[in-house]
Design a protein. Structure first.
Ligand code: 5GP
Length: 127
């Protein structure tokens, strides 16, 4: 596997503080912020601070500490924003787009957390 990471992508610029963001949570390894074009009342993007292009890149090459922290942060956000079913929330969906078929726009790994309204079925037919 040999992913090329483009350090001019928009999330790299957010991590360097060159572009502002609405931070929801931040740790040593992970940043979470509101999506600029929210698709639901809850639409948070969770990103690792390391230079990973997409999910499989992150899962293969990140340290155990980075991977654990990323998921713990995502779970905390689901609880804190009241969408986790465990806390009586109505639920949420996590999405991670990778590559062309998934229409990944930003080539820095990110997980979308969506919730706060009924989200419908998982996929629609492609055009
Ligand atoms: P993708 O299609 O790559 O899975 O999702 C990229 C997401 O990044 C989109 O939902 C888009 O609205 C969001 N996005 C793009 N540029 C910015 C930005 O400058 N700030 C924030 N907060 N979100 C952005």
């Amino acid at each position: 596997m040999a992913y090329d990471y483009d350090d001019q992508n928009i999330f790299a610029k957010i991590l360097r503080g060159e572009i502002p963001n609405q931070t929801v949570e931040e740790t040593a390894h992970t940043l979470a912020f509101n999506d600029i074009y929210p698709q639901a009342p809850v639409h948070v993007l969770v990103i690792p601070k390391g230079a990973y292009v997409c999910f499989d890149h992150f899962a293969a090459e990140a340290s155990d500490a980075e991977i654990a922290d990323f998921h713990r942060v995502a779970a905390k956000i689901c609880a804190d924003l009241g969408v986790a079913p465990d806390g009586g929330g109505a639920g949420y969906r996590t999405i991670s787009n990778a590559g062309e078929d998934a229409v990944q726009e930003v080539p820095h790994y990110h997980m979308h957390i969506l919730g706060g309204r009924p989200l419908g079925r998982m996929l629609q037919k492609a055009d």
